[in-house]
Design a protein around this ligand. Structure first.
Ligand code: FES
Ligand SMILES: [Fe+2]
Length: 359
């Protein structure tokens, strides 16, 4: 498809405004590249859980767009995020997650302190006469946390995480369980052949639930009023009320790619990572407090089939088909959305257009 200039009419101040996202936004590599630059490399993005970084030297790695990043706890106890790129020739320094005393580049064995300062260079005097080690360090990245979630931001000019999260922490802190005590218990990775926005718009759309999910979720909600929500900053905050007595579900869709959903038994988190315009990887995992682990013990197989797959597999065929359908010349993405149950889609599109239209 030929690339088109982004020009979409929008009015982000008017909460009832229609926002059109044309079909090629779900397929076009140029749009995908613009999303990388304007969204992924400018936003606070979830990078991993804090409980993995309990002690100095503990680290986790992640990818933000195409950028390899790691977060480590330093000897002074603070968190440090850095590009996982050796300044010498570009090698990746750490893999996966683990623990180290210092950072060792596996290629030529340059060593760095846990906060990224160059310390050792093999054959330094012979090969690098006059080298000023104090002038060389790994490139640092902003890092901060909320509720045990670690966020990084590749934009050195970005404002504080708390401002970016807007009212989301307050929304999620209505949940009965203490966020700081949560621990990741089960996780699984899924790959899907469609655009990340199709996946997330489907996630936040409550309008399709009675039609698509009647086998799994039927009878749990009273349509159409069970969902409420608002846009806060860039994020969509929702709650679901049930017909049966149980705690209200709180949902935060942290723009652009992390969703957190509370249930009585646990919290379900999705991290959505676009690989290319038509292929997306989803990391799903559960969080539980010690009290929930005791009250609702769960086996991996049970979780994976029940919570990670059943509802999701009802959605997948629709998302696959949508990926094909939005390419049609007959689709222009400007139809009105359902007031109430599709508000989440509206909010997401507003946030998306606001960021993408920023020059
Ligand atoms: S690339 Fe890291 S030491 Fe050479
Ligand atoms: Fe669904």
């Amino acid at each position: 498809m030929t690339s088109k200039v982004i020009s979409v009419t929008q009015n982000v101040a008017d909460t009832d405004a229609d926002v059109a996202v044309p079909g090629y936004w779900y397929t076009d590599p140029n749009i995908f590249n613009q999303e990388r630059e304007k969204i992924w490399y400018k936003s606070w993005l979830f990078a991993g859980r804090l409980e993995k970084l309990a002690n100095p030297g503990d680290y986790i790695t992640c990818k933000i767009g195409d950028e390899p990043i790691f977060v480590i706890r330093t000897h002074s106890g603070k968190l440090q995020a850095m590009y996982n790129v050796c300044p010498h020739r570009g090698m990746r320094i750490v893999e996966g997650q683990g623990k180290c005393k210092h950072l060792l580049c596996p290629y030529h064995h340059w060593t760095y302190s846990l906060d990224g300062q160059l310390q050792g260079v093999p054959y330094a005097q012979e090969c690098f006469p006059g080298l000023d080690k104090s002038s060389i360090a790994l490139t640092k990245v902003q890092v901060d946390t909320w509720g045990g979630f670690i966020f990084v931001n590749l934009d050195p000019e970005a404002g504080p995480l708390r401002d970016y999260l807007a009212g989301s922490p307050e929304h999620m802190e209505q949940y009965s369980q203490p966020w700081e005590e949560m621990r990741a218990t089960h996780g699984a990775t899924f790959e899907v052949p469609f655009n990340w926005k199709i996946l997330l718009e489907n996630y936040i759309d409550a309008y399709h639930i009675p039609m698509v999910h009647s086998p799994t979720l039927g009878g749990r909600f009273e349509m159409p009023g069970f969902v409420g929500g608002c846009m806060s900053g860039m994020h969509t905050l929702q709650y679901y009320d049930y017909l049966v007595p149980r705690e209200r579900t709180y949902i935060s869709w942290l723009f652009p790619n992390t969703t957190i959903l509370t249930l009585d038994e646990y919290v379900l988190v999705w991290q959505v990572n676009p690989v290319n315009p038509e292929f997306t990887v989803i990391e799903k995992f559960l969080l539980q407090t010690p009290a929930q682990i005791e009250k609702f013990p769960m086996k991996s197989e049970e979780i994976i089939s029940k919570q990670f797959r059943m509802v999701f597999e009802e959605d997948i065929p629709f998302c696959r088909t949508l990926q094909e359908q939005v390419k049609s010349r007959a689709y222009n993405g400007n139809q009105k959305l359902a007031k109430g149950p599709e508000d989440g889609v509206l909010y997401f599109r507003k946030a998306l257009l606001q960021v993408m239209n920023n020059t």
